[in-house]
Design a protein around this ligand. Structure first.
Ligand code: GLU
Length: 283
């Protein structure tokens, strides 16, 4: 009888201490959440810029495989292109020095997750502003206007989007607007998706598809890499590019927009445009 009582008492104690411990753990977790959560709150304006300034560099996600926008030059390991020059101008305006810039490679599929994980401050990577993406990230003002088009081997029977029909094999890149658009415009075609643009272009050259689709500006870069290929037909979508910023970093959006406006006002935007695209911007 005594032993039973003792046993019941001890069990009670054990159960109680488990509750107390769990409670403590819970509290600890809560307080940890509160303190780390503070930086996830819509960051009070200046602090986003302060963080970048105290770090001493702006970290920007750019393409490494997209000629004219962001392409790694194997001769000197430099990443070069329109987007890279825009990133340099932003580093100069935020940190006073265009070399205070760290570039990280993104693809169409990895760029939003990398921004979400705080691996990069900005995405400057041929990224179209869309309503769907606006639910995930904030965008700057439009800094480049492209439109989706088609790249084929010279002499191909495909001359425009109307020729992309049942049986046409279309090559595109995962996570791009190009995939959704081509499915909408040519629902009977077969779409093959690749991780990046060099893989998609290699597949076109290897005859794995009839046509590669993405923004005309990117396709012009491929034409410059291999004269055996050409852009056909008129662009069939509007692809306004924006610089993407993690939601809540309002001060950074403002700083980026201010610099984009300054670049346009000074004429430097036109210089960068002409350097890479070869013509003046259309407006
Ligand atoms: N501008 C399109 C997009 O944002 C195609 C280019 C790209 O894949 O980055 O998806």
């Amino acid at each position: 009888m005594m032993a039973k009582k003792w046993l019941a008492g001890s069990l009670m104690l054990i159960v109680m201490s488990v509750f107390v411990l769990a409670g403590c753990g819970g509290e600890k977790e809560n307080s940890a959440n509160t303190s780390s959560g503070a930086s996830d709150k819509p960051v009070a304006s200046a602090s986003v810029l302060d963080e970048i300034k105290s770090r001493g560099k702006l970290i920007v996600g750019v393409k490494y495989d997209t000629k004219l926008f962001g392409l790694k030059n194997p001769a000197n390991n430099e990443v070069e292109g329109f987007d890279v020059d825009i990133a340099k101008a932003l580093a100069k305006s935020i940190l006073g020095d265009e070399t205070k810039l760290e570039l990280k490679e993104v693809t169409s599929k990895t760029r939003i997750p990398m921004l979400d994980n705080n691996e990069i401050d900005l995405i400057v990577a041929t990224m179209t502003i869309t309503e769907e993406r606006k639910e995930q990230v904030d965008f700057s003002d439009v800094y480049f206007k492209a439109g989706q088009s088609l790249l084929v081997k010279k002499g191909s029977a495909i001359k425009s989007i109307d020729d992309v029909t049942k049986g046409t094999k279309v090559l595109a890149v995962k996570g791009s607007t190009s995939v959704d658009n081509i499915i909408e415009k040519a629902p009977d075609a077969t779409v093959l998706e690749f991780d990046n643009y060099q893989d998609a272009f290699a597949a076109l050259k290897a005859g794995q598809g009839d046509v590669l689709t993405t923004d005309n500006a990117i396709l012009y870069g491929m034409m410059a890499q291999d004269a055996g290929y050409e852009v056909v037909g008129e662009p069939f979508t509007d692809e306004p590019y924006g610089i993407a910023i993690k939601k809540g970093k309002t001060a950074l959006v403002e700083a980026v927009n201010k610099e984009l406006a300054a670049l346009k006002a000074s004429g430097d935007y036109n210089k960068i445009y002409e350097k890479w695209i070869g013509t003046a911007p259309t407006e």
